[in-house]
Write a protein that binds this ligand. Structure first.
Ligand SMILES: Nc1ncnc2c1ncn2[C@@H]1O[C@H](COP(=O)(O)OP(=O)(O)O)[C@@H](O)[C@H]1O
Ligand SMILES: [Mg+2]
Length: 594
């Protein structure tokens, strides 16, 4: 409850104005329902049925001018009061509904933005450990659940108790002005109505959390399935995939079924209790010789008391339901990024020279086992350095420490003598381009994909980059040339073409430091040879780290670092290493033999 309140404060308060309008419209609805209807029955109906003899109806006694009007006018006025009251109630309900939804959508927007923005700066290591589909579910579905509750429940938790109080006030007034005291026993029934709300709350929040987790699982299955369709078809894994899907789907159904049952259990109990109370009232009223209109007014007041209690109970249940989603959001929001911008960042030159230093560097992933140990390397600006070594030796990790994707456990990484921890991430990453094994393209045009390298790049710069990366060479075959739309991940282009677009992006960015991590590994020999030329051109004049899977990609390297089990066991030009470093010789000869 406390956490819901903290959340409410954070996300409701910015929309205070809408909140106030929500309350006011809710208040009108509540007052008209709780007081208006019972009192109308009590005061207006007697006028309608007044036959002209006997005691004057109360309202005519209070408002003498009514006595001077003709019988027909009074009758019309009396009858008109009913549609008027219901029209006010209806308009207030409508306005309330609209405002609650506007409020809700505003909350949802800021809630999603908060979570999504938070995800943007979470540690890469954390995100890599998460299932993507579940993350999507949290950002889209769980935020929706919380919003639903914050807006509707915030409204109901005010409106319903007020309706209840108004109706209860009307009930007490009618009871003591017209009924008999023993009828007050009906109040016991109100207590009876409260227990299902309390006793089912915990179970509801538990089931809600499980259902949301299964929804996340379901999303994960679908997402992974769509991303790996080729493998699924090739290995005939369709049945397995369907089984996974059905299993999550069933678990979701199971939890939701329980949830719905628990949530609605309040309805039969409430209705039965209401009917029991009415029956009791009827007997007691009959015994004390109560008139019809008094009884009807009393029944209406009682009905609204119980009805609003029921709705408040349901709102309370939804609060419990949202608790599940809230926990899932908090889990994400509570993750801090240990890799943050420094409080007083050192300004970085607009363009660094590109000198790299790794000093006494040790690094371990969350698993704790050091992946890089005691690394001391100085790379002068403009040097082209190859990184070789068996798979898992730590080459990619080594290169990932320069953009500060991960934080050095001990020691430091410096660019132009400035520790990467002392500058802002933005300034640091301006200085480097990375081309990985799989070119990561976004949906959008080829031009947009290249332009991502440098916001505000001119058409000439984009064209020059496209020429340099020889993207231009395959544009003729594209339906709209450089403005051809690509699917997600660059669908529509071959692997080599995608890689060229990624290289063009690096050309446009024109950063002084370049990291090529097995940039041609996924290409066939033919494409690799072609792209190698563009990469060589790109590396010219930049500090370049080339993680190599084939030695042929290292022909321009000034220097090679040999990695083994997280240590650098060889450092020098090819000839020297071939003569002095057994591991290097072994790796090189093995490939030469292929
Ligand atoms: N995100 C990660 N979490 C935990 N361990 C990792 C992670 N990424 C890589 N490793 C481990 O770190 C070691 C070095 O990996 P990596 O730098 O990718 O090697 P290379 O690029 O030389 O093949 C490997 O043993 C690998 O299992
Ligand atoms: Mg690697």
């Amino acid at each position: 409850m406390k956490r819901v309140l903290a959340f409410a404060k954070r996300f409701l308060m910015p929309h205070f104005r809408w909140l106030v309008i929500t309350f006011i419209t809710g208040l009108i609805t509540a007052a008209v329902s709780g007081l208006g209807v019972p009192l109308m029955v009590k005061f207006v109906f007697p006028i309608v049925f007044y036959a002209g003899d006997g005691e004057l109806p109360l309202l005519m006694q209070y408002i003498p001018s009514l006595q001077e009007m003709s019988h027909m006018t009074v009758l019309l006025l009396a009858c008109a009061s009913m549609p008027i009251i219901f029209a006010i109630r209806g308009v207030a309900m409508w306005a309330n509904h609209v405002v609650v939804n506007i409020l809700g959508l505003r909350i949802l927007e800021s809630l999603r933005k908060t979570v999504f923005s938070h995800v943007q700066q979470l540690p890469i290591a954390y995100l890599e450990g998460q299932r993507k589909g579940d993350m999507v579910s949290r950002i889209v579905a769980d935020t929706g659940n919380v919003q639903n509750v914050l807006s509707h429940v915030a409204n109901d938790l005010v409106k319903q108790p007020i309706t209840c109080l108004c109706a209860f006030a009307a009930f007490m007034y009618l009871l003591f002005s017209t009924g008999s005291p023993e009828m007050a026993i009906v109040l016991v029934f109100i207590g009876l109505a409260a227990w299902p709300v309390i006793s089912f709350g915990k179970r509801i929040s538990l089931r809600a959390k499980r259902a949301q987790a299964e929804l996340g699982e379901l999303n994960t299955v679908v997402q992974q399935n769509l991303e790996t369709q080729r493998e699924i078809r090739a290995y005939a894994l369709e049945e397995r995939e369907i089984a996974d899907f059905v299993s999550s789907s069933q678990a979701y159904k199971h939890n939701m079924t329980k949830l719905v049952k628990y949530q609605r259990v309040i309805i039969p109990i409430m209705e039965t209790v209401t009917a029991l109370a009415l029956a009791f009232l009827l007997v007691a009223g009959k015994n004390s010789g109560m008139g019809l209109e008094d009884f009807l007014a009393l029944a209406a007041a009682m009905f609204f008391t119980f009805d609003s209690l029921k709705k408040a109970g349901q709102a309370f249940n939804r609060l419990n339901e949202a608790q599940g989603s809230l926990t899932r959001l908090e889990d994400v929001l509570a993750v801090d990024n240990p890799i943050a911008d420094p409080v007083n960042p050192v300004p970085m030159p607009a363009k660094v020279k590109g000198e790299l230093d790794f000093r006494n560097l040790t690094f371990a992933y969350d698993t704790g086992k050091p992946v890089l140990k005691d690394i001391n390397v100085h790379i002068p600006a403009g040097q082209i350095v190859g990184l070789v070594g068996p798979s898992g030796a730590g080459k990619t990790t080594f290169a990932s420490l320069i953009p500060r994707f991960y934080e050095a456990t001990e020691g430091c990484v410096c660019v132009d003598g400035i520790d990467v921890k002392d500058v802002t991430m933005h300034d640091l990453r301006e200085q480097l381009s990375i081309v990985g094994q799989q070119a990561l393209l976004f949906s959008g045009t080829i031009r947009e994909n290249i332009a991502l390298g440098k916001p505000g790049a001119t058409a000439e710069q984009i064209q020059a980059a496209a020429d340099a990366a020889r993207v231009s060479a395959f544009l003729d075959n594209q339906p709209q040339g450089i403005d051809t739309q690509l699917g997600q991940g660059g669908a529509g282009l071959s692997g080599g073409q995608r890689q060229r677009v990624a290289i063009a992006r690096a050309f446009v960015k024109d950063a002084p430091i370049l990291i090529l991590d097995e940039a041609t590994a996924s290409l066939d020999a033919e494409s690799e040879r072609e792209i190698q030329q563009e990469l060589d051109k790109l590396a010219q004049g930049r500090t370049t780290l080339i993680v190599a899977h084939r030695f042929s990609t290292l022909r321009n390297a000034h220097r090679i670092l040999v990695f083994e089990h997280g240590r650098i066991v060889g450092d020098g030009p090819h000839e020297e290493l071939y003569a002095t470093c057994p591991l290097y010789k072994e790796l090189f000869d093995r490939q030469g033999a292929v």
